[in-house]
Design a protein around this ligand. Structure first.
Ligand SMILES: [Zn+2]
Length: 75
């Protein structure tokens, strides 16, 4: 259920996930998510959230100032 508008319908979609760590930016493209069909708010499933954590951890170890990662190439 959408925490914002309580709507129960979702569409699967993809989004760009951006994290800033210190002054470094990590951008993960094409992250699968569920998008609320009412307000457009998006959510990750537990599986995707976990995988995303792993990707971010790995990216942190090899940080340059801007890191762009395509989820599709890693998942
Ligand atoms: Zn909603």
């Amino acid at each position: 259920m959408c925490v914002y508008c309580k709507n129960k319908e979702y569409q699967s979609s993809t989004r760009t996930h951006t994290v800033t760590i210190n002054s470094n930016v990590i951008v993960v493209l094409n992250v699968p998510c569920m998008m609320c069909s009412c307000c457009g708010e998006s959510f990750y499933t537990d599986e995707v959230a976990e995988k995303l954590d792993g990707i971010i951890q790995k990216a942190k170890e090899m940080l340059s100032s801007v890191n762009i990662i395509d989820y599709k190439n890693i998942a």
